[in-house]
Design a protein around this ligand. Sequence first.
Ligand SMILES: [Zn+2]
Ligand SMILES: [Zn+2]
Length: 229
Amino acid sequence: MFGDALLTLAYPQACVICSRSVEQKRFGVACEACWQGTRIFTDDDEICLKCGSPGPPACGRCEVLAFTAARAVGMYKEALRESALMLKRRPYVPQHVKDLLEAAVLREPLSVSTRVVPVPLHPTRLKTRGFNQASIIAETVSKALGLPVDEVSLVRVSSPEKYRAGLDVKGRRDTVAGAFKVTHPRLVEGEDILLVDDVFTTGATVSACADMLLEAGAKTVFVLTLARA
Ligand SMILES: [Zn+2]
Ligand SMILES: [Zn+2]
């Protein structure tokens, strides 16, 4: 509390969405009112049981994706979008975002996960940025589950520069296929993996990771992202 008050005084920060002041450091880059206007999923939301998209229990668009089930804290809009963007620049998760991630991961089916694996960045990109935002999110959820973060089992082998914008789902899938490799199959064998990333867009990236993890013997691969586009 004391630290919070001090930081608020030292950095009277303006909400990146509405420019009013963010009264509490726990809200990060957005004010409380903007957080209240942000779509966060709850138990009452109707979502596709596999990919987590808002709508009927089977969306009919995610059969090709390799993971077992994917969930997100909420939609990639407003305060969640701004928080995800900030996380690419600064390796820090505000308390409110931590609370939301914790609530999301403690819900079924993700709550039965036995191993937390962040989607890896390519070593070149990691060097430039200095940290992997997926690992920062993974730290928070692994604490909630009482599990360590596994950053060794899954690695990225192909360069992110190969990604091209504007590709459809199939195009993206072809581009990321072969981008990941499991280097320690014994660590993932028989495990219920929780794969963690910042944003779920087409699902191609997490699906490519899930493919490799399942091929290496993982029992299931759940996915948690901060937001979904
Ligand atoms: Zn605001
Ligand atoms: Zn679906």
